[in-house]
Design a protein around this ligand. Structure first.
Ligand SMILES: CC(C)(COP(=O)(O)OP(=O)(O)OC[C@H]1O[C@@H](n2cnc3c(N)ncnc32)[C@H](O)[C@@H]1OP(=O)(O)O)[C@@H](O)C(=O)NCCC(=O)NCCS
Length: 208
């Protein structure tokens, strides 16, 4: 794989709609009929927890083909107090270039930049088959639980990677998804009307 054919850089303000459209194309009908992720990033960019220094796009032949972004959040420690951590995403690659290694390139690049900034760990919801290749493991192995998940429920979707080895040593507690990720279906619907029409399909394998 030639990794020299892409440039990874910060998203520019005048590219926001292009990036939202990329995200919409990448997530459409994947986890649910339609998707909400293009609206989620639209909202999160203005959130105080958004890390603008880690808002990356990947460019190939003058076109944006991938993106990733991070938010600050916390683990609420058992016994009190919080540990500052990052969460991640949406992350995507344009559908026609999936499974060619581009996702791993932007993921690894953005994780390195996050580590350089001094962040200690990233936790989020994802597929171990992809993120495991970049050093993620199950958060349960660190003793970190997902908020609102009943005890004994499958938490294999909830992943963690330390950016600083030992950052989570001795930490057990509950991870909190930043509030900004919770958007209403009505707001998503309204936002989506400004994009080209796309058919929502109920497909096997969708989560919702
Ligand atoms: C998830 C996503 C960002 C991965 O990017 P990608 O460029 O397709 O992935 P890569 O080619 O870099 O994958 C690297 C390796 O991870 C694994 N992998 C990637 N996606 C996988 C999947 N859906 N299922 C199983 N393994 C996967 C594979 O082992 C792959 O290597 P291989 O193709 O040689 O087998 C991209 O597929 C995407 O945009 N998907 C739709 C949106 C989405 O689901 N985003 C993530 C939400 S958590």
């Amino acid at each position: 794989m030639n990794i020299n054919d892409v440039i990874i850089r910060h998203e520019k303000e005048n590219e926001r709609r292009e990036v939202e459209n990329l995200i919409r194309e990448a997530f459409w009908n994947v986890y649910r009929p339609g998707c909400s992720e293009h609206y989620v990033i639209h909202v999160l960019r203005d959130d105080p927890a958004f890390v603008s220094e880690l808002n990356f796009v990947m460019e190939k032949d003058g076109r944006i083909i991938g993106q990733n972004m991070f938010m600050k959040t916390v683990i609420e420690k058992d016994g009190g107090g919080v540990v500052d951590v990052l969460t991640m995403g949406p992350i995507c690659v344009t559908p026609e270039l999936k499974r060619r290694g581009y996702g791993k390139i932007i993921l690894d690049y953005s994780l390195e930049r996050a580590a350089e900034m001094g962040f200690g760990a990233v936790l989020f919801e994802g597929n171990i088959l992809f993120y495991g290749k970049s050093g993620f493991t199950y958060s349960s192995e660190f003793g970190i639980r997902y908020h609102d998940l009943p005890e004994g429920a499958d938490a294999s979707f909830f992943l963690c990677k330390e950016l600083r080895t030992g950052y989570l040593d001795g930490v057990t507690g509950v991870y909190q998804t930043p509030q900004g990720y919770y958007v209403s279906d009505e707001d998503v619907e309204r936002f989506d009307r400004d994009f080209p029409p796309k058919q929502k399909l109920k497909l096997p394998g969708q989560l919702f």
